[in-house]
Structure formats: structure tokens, C-alpha cells
Design a protein around this ligand. Sequence first.
Ligand SMILES: NC(=O)C1=CN([C@@H]2O[C@H](COP(=O)(O)OP(=O)(O)OC[C@H]3O[C@@H](n4cnc5c(N)ncnc54)[C@H](OP(=O)(O)O)[C@@H]3O)[C@@H](O)[C@H]2O)C=CC1
Ligand SMILES: CC(=O)C(=O)O
Ligand SMILES: [Mg+2]
Length: 751
Amino acid sequence: MAERLQFSEREALDFHEVGRPGKIEIIASKPMATQRDLALAYSPGVAVPVKAIAAAPDMAYDYTAKGNLVAVISNGTAILGLGNLGALASKPVMEGKAVLFKRFADIDSIDLELATEDVDRIINAVELMEPSFGGINLEDIKAPECFVIEQTLREKMNIPVFHDDQHGTAIISAAALINACHLTGRNIEDIRIVVNGAGAASISCTELAKALGVKPGNITLCDSKGVIYKGRTVGMNQWKSAHAVETMARTLAEAIEGADVFYGLSVAGALTQEMVKKMAPKPIIFAMANPDPEISPEDALAAAPDAIIATGRSDYPNQVNNVLGFPFIFRGALDVRATTINEAMKMAAARALAELARQQVHEDVAAAYGVNRQFGPQYIIPAPFDPRLIETVPVAVAQAAMETGVARKPIKDFAAYRESLRARLNPTDAVLACAYEKARANPKRVVFAEAEEDVALRAAIAFKEGGYGTPVLVGVDETHEMLANLGVEDPQSFELHNSRHSKLVPQMVDFLYARLQRKGYMRRDVERMVNRDRNIFGALLVALGEADVMVTGLTRPFRQSLIEVMRAIGPKDGHVPFGIHLMVGRNHSVFLADTTVNERPTASELADIATQTAAVAKRMGHEPRVAFLSYATFGNPHGKWLDHIREAVAELDRRGVEFEYEGEMAPDVALNPAMQKNYPFSRLSGPANVLVMPGLQSANISAKLLRQLGGERMIGPMLINMEHPVQIASMSSSSNELMTLAVLAAAGIAV
Ligand SMILES: NC(=O)C1=CN([C@@H]2O[C@H](COP(=O)(O)OP(=O)(O)OC[C@H]3O[C@@H](n4cnc5c(N)ncnc54)[C@H](OP(=O)(O)O)[C@@H]3O)[C@@H](O)[C@H]2O)C=CC1
Ligand SMILES: CC(=O)C(=O)O
Ligand SMILES: [Mg+2]
């Protein structure tokens, strides 16, 4: 099991506070720059869609954001497993749900916290919002009130109303149950389940399990008062009564005896190891309480090593969490303008999820996204970052909506729909997320060469706490004290190297002298370098196998750091080192190279840069389309600077590479499909995503201009083709940027 993801409370607060407080903002999707824009967007232009919608209400889906807008609504009465902490305190969770809608399914969403526990007032408030939204996601409203609220709203409203804690959880747990039964050779009809909790999530999970085929008499529910048995009168309601069973068991400890499955939808720590030991062989344990499960996987597996265990958390295998459902279920429902999310749609989502986990992961997808887990006890359910979710679950949901007659706008061409779903997400984000997972699964030793810099120390702390690997600090005697000042409780646990005291110095000097003695350096020059230069010292740690990766760059200009590093670590055999800046846009990414190293690359170097950048793009989930950029397009205007570019294209022709490439061309031709139509002979099948620049001047200027002006996210520069992974960040990097480079190198993506 990978090391657990850890962070301090301070980090969690900083995450929410730094920059713009909170996690969401609203941005305009239309230009708002000129008087004319304003006249169209607002008065008088806005009157035109107003009248159109008044005449034909469905036009609201065409002229407003309604069709892609979901309200996340809570009153904070059951915030995760934290209980009733009120509407205001629920806002971080609801903002979180809103950003998950965006992140995973490109659905715009806004959180609305209602400060009341009065069922009728909530119903009235939500009902009145129907014009604004394409769907309503109710969240963390406690049972039994949530049942009345959701049922009434479903009857009153003509858009999908979905209580996530009920149905989202039910769908995901059903998918996981199907697969866990499959793996343990159980028939769903025969299993016995104990559900701890009898609230929103539990009742709905129980109902869906029964719909899957579990016999009603084989499911026992427990709540805070114990087993829900026929005839019980204390703490009951009609939803609990509907699932009451004939049994002599009165406590969870009694009910769990011999059970095949445990569903925990209650509170942290409710399931003990003794109880696990009493379950059937190969028990299935879904401890779904958040943020802390009913039992930790470590404890559960210690009690029953053959158990299949899932939790609601992302830092253990098998995350059974409704995040896997609500974004994709709403995506499908919105896309067919469904009036509701019905049982068939929920079942379709559950089956699609279960099936996806059983599918062989394609080699390319596995390499790009790190989803190389094979169906088995540690992988019974897809991970939320699996890029196939967006093209699988919404399709199943939309199809079910159409088959059951609740789709107001049926999909005509499912192949085109799948394609449009794929295009909603930028694969880079999924790859980045998976790079972090990969790094955690195979933790590396990473040198942070500037460990007297706050930014480097913060990056190293986050790297360690995230479980991405072991930071190896090159610093000064005060470094441990600086870590303590940054809130680290056990600074001595950080490995610190200081050349003044390091036993490795003689070995380093020998190694470096052997490299440099015929390059004009005497032994005493080398001794000085090792003793005084943290980049050389850090690079030597990697060169001598004391660490796997190095990051630096905060304190010296790129070129200087590169020269220092390259004294100890050379380029990969037969290759030139070079730099890539990655621009991550909303739905696309563009790789720019060489932005840092080679001033006037030769034709063969350009060909190499193109090939290696295409490989990085592929590792990051993109089918590379390489454009060799110039001021000219296919010989127009002609000029003497074009020859080496043309020769690079010819070189790739000779090499017979397997990616698309073309050139020379201007950036507008490379990126704009309309311009590309003027060159029907071009071998690019669409806009380029790898831009190979003709020289360092244009490359570096473009990258830095884009970084300063672009508004897009920039990653890099990434240093490629070094003998050992080294990353030289830009001097203005944040700790997060430095850590991203460390992770990309550690995960074998930026190498
Ligand atoms: N992994 C996931 O995707 C999801 C997980 N959950 C988790 O499920 C839990 C419940 O959420 P939700 O259903 O929305 O909340 P509710 O408030 O609707 O229900 C909570 C239920 O837990 C029961 N309970 C409380 N303490 C205990 C205990 N010690 N032993 C047994 N039962 C107990 C309550 O009993 P009583 O009725 O007697 O008060 C109640 O039935 C939370 O931890 C939440 O994080 C929820 C949704 C999704
Ligand atoms: C995941 C979730 O919705 C909950 O724990 O309440
Ligand atoms: Mg919830």
C-alpha cells in the first residue's frame, strides 16, 4: 500500500485562503472588452434573447448557461461524517463539490447554502430556483428530512433533482459490490450485508443493493441505537422501518457475525478488528464514512488479510466515493436535457462503472495516466482521474434516459457525443494527477539543492508530506531550524547534506576530477566546486546514486545552473538536452521546445527535439502533432533561415517516426484549423500541440511572454535528455511549481 497522503491543518487552511479566498470564481464566457460587447451582452442586446425565451422557454438552454449549470445545495445538517455543523460551515464542502463538477465533467456549478432546517422552507427555496439551473444536487442534508425534501422536489420540478449522498453513494457502492462479489466468487442473491448507519446514504445504498438482487432479509441495518429490527420503536422512522428485519441481533457486534459485506455510512471508528474477525471469509468491507472511515484499511487487513477493503478516501486503493458518480451522471442527464435522474439511469451508471474497472487498461492509457492497475482486490472501482470515465458513464446515463423516455433532447450520434465528451477535459490534468499517484507508488529520492530558500523548503515539505518521495536537502546548518520555523514538527527527519561536513566529499571530488581533468580543471578547482557549489554538490548526489532526481533553479539564472549541473551530469547518450514549456489551456495543451538550451539548433538537433518532445507529449496523454515553426509557411516568404527547419523535416522523413509532423509554418497556421485549410497537402490532421521553435531567441521569448501575459497555466521549463533526471525551475517559481517539476521528473514523465 502506498504511503498515506499527509498534510498539516495549516496547509489545508492555506490552500483555501491563499490568493482568492475559497475555491471558485465565475468568469465570463463571452468577450466583455468593448462598448459593442457590452451592448450585446447587456442592454440593449440582451433584450433579444429575453423575448425569445419568453416566447419559447426551452430557448433558455440555447441562450443562457442554464443547461450546463448545477446548483449544489446544502443546509449543513450532515456535513460529511462531521455531523450538523450548519449551513455556513458546509460551504467549503459545497464549493468543493462545485469544483469537482467542473474538474471532472466540465459542468458549471454554484454552491448555495440555506440557513434553515425547516423542510418546507428548503423545498420552497429550491423550487423557486428552477429557472436558473439545469439540475439540482442536494448535498449533506441529514436523514430523514432529506428524503422528504428530495422526493417533494422531484415531484415539483422538471429538472433533475439528485441527493448525492443518497444516490451518488448508492451507485458507486453498487458498482464496487458487483465487482467485489465477482472477485470473491459470491452470488449477489446469496450475500448477507450489514449496513452501519441508517441515514441518507445508508437507506439509498440498501435500496440499490436490493435492486441489484440482494434478498431483503439478508440486509441488516444498524444506527446509533443498534440493530433496526422488526418491532423496534426507539429512534425509528418510516425509512428505517421499511428495512427492519426479523433478527435476535441487537448490536452491530452481534449482527456482523458471519456477514459477507459491511457497508459503513456512519462515523469514524465504528467497526472494530474483533468485528471484522467475526465476518465470513474474504469479507467485503466498504468503510465509507468521511473524512475518516469506520475502520482503517491497515486495521481491517490486519484482522482479515483476505478482505477486500474500500474507503471514501483518495489516499487508499478502492475509493468508494460519490465523486465518481455525480459529475458524470449529471453530465449525461444534462446532455439529453433529462427531466429527472431515474432508477434506470442510476443502474446504468453503476453497471458502467463496474464494467470499466474490469476492462483491460490500454497500454497507452496506462502509460499516460498511470491507470495500470489490474482488476483485483486493490482495484475494484475506477479511480476518479481515469480519463475513460467522462466518455463512459455519461453515455450510459444518457442512453438509459432515452430508453426510459425522460430525455427531452435525445442524442442522435453517439460516436460524435463520445468525441465531444472527450474534448471537454484537458488530458494534461489527468496526467498530472496520475503523475502524483505514480510518484507516490514508487517514491524516489529527490535532491532539493537550494534548501536555504523558503520556496524550496516548502516544496520539500509538501513533497514529503504528500508521500511523493524522500526530499534530500542540500543546505546549511540552519536548515533544520528553518524547517521548524515553517511548522515542521520533526525537522531532523529531513535528510540534510552540507558539503562542509559531508563524508561524500572525497568520493565526489574523485568522480568530478575524473570528468573534468582534461577539460582544463585542476583537482583544487574541483574541490572548490564540490565544497562551494550547491548545484554541483546536488548533481553529484544524483550522479553517485545517493539520490534519483534533482531540482534547483530558484537562486541562479537557468544557464548558470545548467552549466553547474552539467559538470556532474551529462546529456543522455547521443542526445542534446533541451527545455520544454507546457502551456495548459482549458481544453488543450501546447508543448513549446526548445525554450531553454540550444541557441541555434542544427537540423538534426531540431529533429531530435521534435522526437523527444513528441514522446513527452505522449507520456502526458496527447497524440502529438508537431509543427516546426517559422515566420514563413511552406516557403513563403522565402528566406535563408528556413533551410535548417526544412532539413529537420526531411530528417524525420528519413527516420520514419510514427507521429505527425509538418513544417515549416507560422504559428497561426500551426494552431488554427481554418488557416490549415489553405494547405490541403499538410500532413497535420488538426491543430499542432507540439511547437518546435527554430531558435532559442524566439522560443524563450515566446515562453516568457506567454507566461507573463497568457493567463494560461504554464508548466516548466522541463529539462529533457539528461543522463539522470534534473529539473531547473525558473527563478520566479512557487513551491508548488517546484514540486510539480520534482513529481514530473520522479514519475519519469519529464526526463
Ligand atoms: N463515501 C461516500 O461517498 C459517502 C460517504 N458518506 C458518509 O456516510 C456517513 C453518513 O452520511 P449521511 O447518510 O449523509 O448522514 P445522515 O446524517 O443522514 O445519517 C447518519 C447515520 O449514521 C448513524 N450513526 C451515527 N453514529 C453512529 C454510530 N456510532 N453507529 C451507527 N450508526 C451511527 C445515524 O444514526 P441515527 O439515525 O440513530 O441518528 C444515521 O442513521 C458520513 O460519514 C458520510 O461522510 C455519505 C455520503 C457519501
Ligand atoms: C462524499 C460525501 O458526499 C460525504 O461524505 O458526505
Ligand atoms: Mg456528502
